[in-house]
Structure formats: structure tokens, C-alpha cells
Design a protein around this ligand. Structure first.
Ligand code: PHE
Length: 341
């Protein structure tokens, strides 16, 4: 009987070594420590033994039971630890893996050009000054030396609103008056970017809304040559040193003298092609010396102060830089166009 108990312990211990999951462990418990297990049968039948045999078998039987219960408890704990370890490693983050790419938007080509323009003018000491899109007739025209019924008003096809004298600005020039009235009598060096609106027949080169970047420098001893030099330098920086700048005399009611600014066509290198209508030049801005009346309207005495102003079309610049053939692409919201930039 004692041999039997030793064999039971030996067999059960050996079997426990092979157990590596909860189901097998439960099966092991039923088999070796359950009510019908050989060990429990022996312990249950102790009463049937003789008085002489009973103490030794009973003692040994209990020892085996305690040993197996302890081994069982140890195995329960071991399995629990293994499971925890497994879930930790299996669910762990690999921080060395490359991240998933984020689908990001991009800046509109018009915005990209505007920012380039801001940066160049900033280097030359010009601050960005924001003026309003919705203007009065007074600021958009009259203070800029364009009285009512002046034929020059035909240069701008205006969007009028139902409120008398309130219009959408046709150019960024009214910002000149706002800036002058705010800063007078200090010297000014600002650019005024923003959207302008004109009631026009839409075509490849004309939209009813478009950007302008106005520039204004006011101070003492500012001359036409300052305008020419500053704009030439701007053109070199934005288009590259191989492009040439040309000034043609022109007319604007708010500048005197007035010029039109051209750059040599990048498409044909000034030789003449369809893009530049075979002239070799592309117009990018109007400019001139601020008219004395405009200076006065801004609060500056034209006998002491002078200044230059320009108004450029940044979308034209973007079209020239990237060879964009139609201005309508800008606000058409077509991703096939926008994703190219
Ligand atoms: N405002 C003019 C236009 O829209 C451009 C311009 C600005 C010309 C400043 C001269 C000086 O055509």
C-alpha cells in the first residue's frame, strides 16, 4: 500500500510537469486529487484497513495529498504568471516601427506665392498691412483722386451693393489711404495683400475675384529711382536673376508719374511666344509716385513727403512661375490642379 502511494505521488508529479494550460491542469486535478482519484480512494477507504496498517498509510497518504495540493497550487501560480507575461509581450507596442503617414492638406498655390512675396518684401523692410475687402466709394475711388463721373472709373468694373456707396474693392489701393491715415506723419513701408473684385467677363486671364499685393512707401526724399530699384530687386528675387524688368510709362489717377512693370517672358526668354503675345514681356504690376492729392488725403504734406506705390497681381506671378495657362484654375477647387503644388 505504501508503494502504491509512492507510485501515485511519482506519477502525479511527473504528469504535472507536462501540464501547460488551464484545461489540462483542471483535468490533472480531477484525475489526481478528485474524489475518484486513486489517492482519495485510498484515503477514503482507510477505515477498511487493519488497526496496524492504518496509521502509517494514513500518515503517508496525507503527506502525498499535501504535496500534490502544493504542487497544484504552484502550477496554478506559474500558469497565471506565464499568461500575464504572454499578454504583455503579445500586446506590446513596438516603438521602433515607423509611424503611419498622416494624410495632410497643402497650401493653395496662391497662398504659397503670397507667402513668398511677403518674405521678400519683409527682407526689404515692408510690413503686411491688412485692409478691408468691403469698401466705400470714397476710399476706393474719391480719395484716390478718382472723382465721380471721372472717365478713369471705367478702368474698374465695380460690384456695387444695395447699400449706397458701399462696394467690393476693385483694387487694394484704398488700403494706401487707410495706412497713411493710421501712420501719418511717420514714414511708411507696407504691403497690402488681399482679394479684389471686378464685375468682368471671366476668361483665361480674368476672374471676378483675384489677389493683389499693394505696396506703399512714404517718407522724405523718396524718388522714382527708389521705386525702379526696389521693384527690380523684387523681380530678381521672385523670378530669378536671369529675368529682366521693364518699366513703361502709363496712367493711374493716384500716381504721377505712373508706370507699368513688365518682366521678360520666362517661356520664350524674351524672344516672343504665344504666352507673351509675341512681345517678349509680361505685365505684372502697375506703379508710380504717389499723387500729391493722395498724399494730402492720407494726411501727408506733399511739399515735404513723397512716396511710391505699386499694385501687383500675385496670381499672374504664380502663372508665370509654374506655366499655368488659365487663371480660372485658382478658384475652381479642382484637386487635380491643386495637388500639383
Ligand atoms: N490699383 C491699380 C490697379 O488695380 C494698380 C496700382 C497700384 C497702380 C498702385 C499704381 C499704384 O490697376
Amino acid at each position: 500500500m505504501l508503494d502504491q502511494l509512492n507510485a501515485i505521488e511519482h506519477k502525479a508529479t511527473a504528469a504535472l510537469q507536462a501540464v501547460n494550460n488551464k484545461d489540462d491542469l483542471e483535468q490533472w486535478r480531477v484525475e489526481h486529487l478528485g474524489k475518484k482519484s486513486p489517492l482519495m480512494t485510498i484515503l477514503g477507504d482507510l477505515g477498511k484497513l487493519s488497526k496496524e496498517e492504518r496509521p502509517a498509510i494514513g500518515k503517508r497518504g496525507n503527506e502525498v495529498k499535501v504535496a500534490l495540493e502544493k504542487a497544484y497550487a504552484d502550477q496554478v501560480e506559474a500558469l497565471r504568471k506565464a499568461e500575464l507575461q504572454h499578454s504583455l509581450t503579445a500586446g506590446a507596442l513596438d516603438v521602433t516601427l515607423p509611424g503611419r503617414p498622416i494624410v495632410r492638406g497643402r497650401l493653395h498655390p496662391a497662398t504659397q506665392t503670397l507667402r513668398e512675396i511677403y518674405a521678400i518684401w519683409a527682407e526689404m523692410g515692408f510690413q503686411v498691412y491688412r485692409a478691408r475687402d468691403v469698401e466705400t466709394d470714397e476710399y476706393n475711388f474719391e480719395l484716390l483722386n478718382i472723382p465721380r463721373h471721372h472717365p478713369a472709373r471705367d478702368m474698374w468694373d465695380t460690384f456695387y451693393t444695395t447699400t449706397p456707396n458701399v462696394i467690393l474693392r476693385t483694387h487694394t489701393s484704398p488700403g494706401q489711404i487707410h495706412a497713411m491715415r493710421e501712420y501719418c506723419p511717420q514714414p511708411i513701408r507696407v504691403i497690402l495683400p488681399g482679394m479684389c473684385y471686378r464685375y468682368e467677363q471671366i476668361s483665361a486671364s480674368k476672374e471676378i475675384q483675384f489677389h493683389q499685393v499693394e505696396g506703399l512707401a512714404v517718407g522724405k526724399n523718396i524718388r522714382l529711382t527708389d521705386l525702379l530699384g526696389t521693384v527690380t530687386e523684387f523681380n530678381r528675387r521672385i523670378f530669378g536673376p536671369e529675368r529682366q524688368t521693364r518699366f513703361r510709362s502709363s496712367y493711374f489717377p493716384f500716381t504721377e508719374p505712373s508706370v507699368e512693370i513688365d518682366v521678360s517672358c520666362a517661356n520664350c526668354n524674351g524672344q516672343g511666344c504665344a504666352v507673351c503675345k509675341h512681345t517678349g514681356w509680361l505685365e505684372i504690376a502697375g506703379a508710380g509716385m504717389v499723387h500729391p492729392t493722395v498724399l494730402r488725403n492720407g494726411g501727408y504734406d506733399p511739399a515735404i513727403y513723397s512716396g511710391f506705390a505699386f499694385g501687383m497681381g500675385p496670381q499672374r506671378i504664380t502663372m508665370l512661375k509654374y506655366g499655368i495657362s488659365d487663371i480660372r484654375y485658382f478658384w475652381a477647387n479642382d484637386l487635380r490642379f491643386l495637388e500639383q503644388f
